[in-house]
Design a protein around this ligand. Structure first.
Ligand SMILES: C[S@@+](CC[C@H](N)C(=O)[O-])C[C@H]1O[C@@H](n2cnc3c(N)ncnc32)[C@H](O)[C@@H]1O
Length: 279
């Protein structure tokens, strides 16, 4: 039964896993496996609408597995993996335009990037496209549902442009809190360490981000995390924030970059010598 779910997600919400209508045997297997992994109930779809299923098995959310994608539904809202804005951003880059994030990261082909706040991976895809097959992008995401959506989506999403598809496939996703992962790293493990935290979004109305907000971790970044990030970065640590955010000063970022008309800005801590530690 769904009411007494104890799940691994850390969410104070009930949900179960089912399939899309007319599921393949692979989708059923994947859904069962995902339910077991997340420690939540698997509910067979049996040609029922989601509304009927949630009437039979009351839950606030439903994770739906189909052969193409996994979606998380909350009432009429849903999120699923999609490269989203990564595609127009890559197109602009190919047209010679500047991408603010790529400039802030000073990203070059062959660089290694640690994206500490992966979300659905838009920034990571653009970074992976730039760093290319000689570079690496590792994304950390602590929400089990978001990390499953992005991990599976990056490996299975089909797109005609092979270069973008390979950029997606190369990204490694790790389900962990960034502080835990950063604590395990040696000095200079990645060229660039990047943060795009959640708590600067409260005013946004987009339905996608609202569902993401429910599933995402909202903890502010602490000083120790920035210190560890600095030690793990060979070149720079970058944090994306709302333009004018007090977070930059709170976390000690003095070098701020961002267009005058942009709503976001990037705080940069550059390493002068990669082996210099901060205390
Ligand atoms: C604003 S979203 C990132 C969006 C992403 N840059 C993109 O381009 O799609 C922030 C994400 O970071 C995750 N997150 C927040 N705190 C985290 C932490 N301590 N460790 C790992 N992930 C974290 C949230 O769950 C959320 O999915």
């Amino acid at each position: 039964m769904v009411e007494s779910i104890e799940n691994k997600t850390g969410l104070s919400m009930t949900f179960f896993v089912t399939t899309s209508l007319g599921p393949t045997s692979k989708s059923i297997g994947d859904a069962r496996e995902l339910a077991a992994f997340l420690n939540v109930a698997y509910v067979a779809r049996r040609d029922q609408s989601i509304k009927n299923l949630t009437a039979l098995y009351p839950a606030e959310g439903v994770l739906v597995v189909s052969s193409q994608k996994i979606s998380f539904l909350i009432e009429k809202d849903k999120i699923f993996f999609h490269p989203g804005l990564a595609l127009p951003r890559i197109k602009e880059i190919n047209n010679g335009k500047t991408d603010q994030m790529i400039s802030a990261l000073s990203l070059q082909e062959g660089d290694s990037v640690l994206d500490c706040t992966m979300g659905l991976g838009t920034d990571a895809i653009v970074a992976s496209y730039i760093t290319g097959s000689r570079g690496t992008v590792t994304g950390l995401e602590c929400s089990p549902i978001i990390s499953e959506l992005v991990k599976r989506g990056l490996q299975s999403y089909q797109i005609e442009n092979e270069k973008i598809m390979l950029a997606m496939r190369r990204i490694k996703v790790i389900k962990t809190k960034h502080k835990v992962y950063l604590a395990s790293l040696k000095t200079g493990s990645y060229d660039v360490v990047y943060f795009d935290p959640m708590f600067r979004y409260p005013g946004r109305k987009s339905s996608g981000i609202n569902t993401l907000r429910i599933l995402a971790n909202h903890d502010p970044i602490d000083h120790e995390t920035i210190k560890m990030a600095y030690n793990a970065a060979a070149k720079r640590v970058v944090i994306k924030e709302r333009r004018g955010s007090t977070e930059f000063a709170r976390l000690g970022f003095k070098n701020i970059m961002g267009g005058r008309h942009s709503t976001v800005a990037y705080g940069i801590k550059e390493r002068e010598r990669w082996n210099e530690r901060i205390t």
